[in-house]
Structures are given as C-alpha cells and as structure tokens.
Design a protein around this ligand. Sequence first.
Ligand SMILES: *Cc1c(COP(=O)(O)O)cnc(C)c1O
Length: 412
Amino acid sequence: MDKAFNAPSGRPVRSTKEYIALEDTYGASNYKPLDVVLTRGEGVYVWDVEGRRYLDCLSSYSAVNQGHCHPKILAAMTEQAAKLSITSRAFRNDQLGLLYEELCALTHSHKMLPMNSGAEAVETALKVARKWGYEVKGVPAGAAEIVVASENFHGRTLAIVGFSTDPGSRAGFGPFAPGFRIVPFGDAAALEAAINPNTVAVLLEPIQGEAGVIIPPPGYLKRARALCTEQRVILILDEIQTGLGRTGTLLAEEHDGVEADLTLVGKALSGGFYPVSAVLSNREVMEVLKPGEHGSTFGGNPLACAVARAALRVLIEEDMIGNAARIGAYLLAALKNIRSNRIKEIRGRGLMIAVELYPDAGGARADAEALMQRGILCKETHGSILRIMPPLVITRDQIDEALPAFNAVLPG
Ligand SMILES: *Cc1c(COP(=O)(O)O)cnc(C)c1O
C-alpha cells in the first residue's frame, strides 16, 4: 500500500499525542479542541484512543440528541447506503417524499426544503424571504431588509457572518452583503422600531445557543410573532440547535406558543450520522421558489432522507423529548444546588443548560479541562460560560454519576 495511507478505521494506530500532532501539523487551526482524541461512542458516552470513557455533555452542539450511534438510525443508514445513496434532484427518489410527509406532519408545516448543513438552511431561508418580499409583499427591487439579533449565531457563510456581532466570526472577512439590521436580542421595542415597509423577515434563535443559552424575556417571541403578522414580515426561527427535543419540546417555539413562518432545523435531524438540514415553511412563502432557482447536489438525497426519517422516529418513539424535559429539570435543579461563589448564573430549558461564571473567576476553559479529567466532556463558550447539553437519552442514574464531578470542579 502507498505509504501515504494509514490503516483503515478500526483499532487506533497511534497515541493521543501523535493524533494531536498530526492535527496540529496538517490541519487548519480554526478550532481549539480539548486534547482528547475520541474513537468510539455509544449513547451518552464516548471513549478516547486510550480507552477512557467520558460522558458527552456537548452532544456535538446538539447534533447527537438521540445519543451516539443509535442502533436504529445506524440500521436505517447502512440499509439505505447499500441500496441507493444519491440520485441528485434531477430524478426523484423513494425516501424524499416520505421524509416530507413525516417531518411536515410532526411540525405542522405545509412545505419543506432539504439542505445539508445548518448554514445552508439559513441561507435558503434568507433567499426565500427576500424573493417573497419582492414578489408577494411588493418591496422595491434590491431594497429588502432582514432584521436579526445581536449575539446571534446562524453559521459561518459570508452572508451570515456579515450580520454577526461577534468580532471573531466577522473580522477580516468583509465586504459583506447589505440588507441586514441588527437589534438587541430580547428587546421587543427595538425590534418594532427596526421594522419598516421594506422589512421582509425577522430572523431569531428562540434561545441563543452559541451566545451561552440566552433565554429571551417572557413574551418576547410572542411580541415578535405579533409584529411580524401586523407588518407582513416573515418570522424565521432558527431551531437548528434548540429544535428536535433539546429544550423539552419538539421545537422551542412551543414554550412561547408561537409558530414561525419559516423554521430551520438541522443538527439532530440526522441523529449526528450525516449533515441534514431543512427549511420548514407555510405554503405561501415557499411557493415563490420555481425550478432552477435554488438547490443542492446532496440536499434531499435518499441516504440523508432515510437517516433523518429514522432519527425523527426514535426521537418520538423513545420519548426523548419528554425525557429532555424531565431530566433537564432534574439536572438544572441539581446544578443550582452547587455552592460556589464563582457561579454568576445557572440557566436552561430542557437539556440546554449553561453555567455562567463571573468574568474574573478564572475562565471556563480550565473547568472544561478539569471536567475532562473527571470523565465529562463539555466546552466553554465566550470565555466564562459552560454549556451542559448531554444527549436526550441520558438517565437520572447517569446524571447522578456525573454530579460529583461538577460539585468538585465548579467551586474552583
Ligand atoms: C450550529 C448552528 C447553525 C449552523 O449549522 P452548521 O451545520 O454548522 O452550518 C445555525 N444556527 C444555529 C442556531 C446553530 O446552532
């Protein structure tokens, strides 16, 4: 065999140190991961190449809500992969229609458009909203505006980072697309003031995940919904992280009793097996797209659809959403019991939880590293916030087993 190739996957062939050295030598350094090299996952646990077991408290930012390597999703994936993987949308396939039907029924949507990554779903929604604005609302050509929130996270493409307020995401990548207005998240009056006759859409996360699990004040999303309806503006909710059970309901919008015009899902839509995302829509908005106006080579392929169908089925059949609500409340209460004068706030909904430390409390990176030493993987965000988001299949016993580590580390 050519010496450029290592042994096929299976048994680890190198040590933790060697794998890290390979990544550091050849990889772009756009991430700063914890120094743990994982090789296997099952349910809420992952194992590193040295055989150590960890509780996954990040769930790949909510992509493995169903737990690692869920056997039923795996079976659907291998079965479909052996049968037909991709057709392109030049032809039809026997999985896409079934996914449409099942996901639309679950989410009370009329229409759906499949993509791959979350960012592509966001881009799709922005394109659809603008086109709707010109063709249906009658906004003058080129004048469409979309209102977004400060501290948003919607992905990494140029259009999206152009309306980020995070300097790290944005600096050095301009010039950016015009047509976006940024208002403070959670401030309904500011949102109202930003909407004008050229506004075509408001794009929000129901709970801001990357910003550190920021829950808007009660009534904010309801007010946003009402404003959008009154002013004839499309409400786009990015549920790529909050959706599919994470907060204890199928979609986080349910907590606020609202329905978006466009809902974006991704991440857990495939149970972590494959990039699958979707734009869910009411009929009027999605119908502005005509053949040839938008697409994706891999979007809607039969493998993606079969995986997504299985991922949705186990989410419902195994009551993972109910579990997220019950276990999430239990974990939140248990974390709130930790006595530590380093902790500024602990907040969350379902199994989307954040521990925010005081800015001068030494930073959360050291906590993430100390938790890793004790067999728990989570990641800091914004320097002083730890997100705790285990897979939705976690049990009370597994939480109880993990609590002593949090009790030992968080007091500092
Ligand atoms: C992760 C995420 C995205 C982007 O998804 P990718 O698959 O990484 O492109 C968009 N919006 C939210 C809220 C996210 O959490």
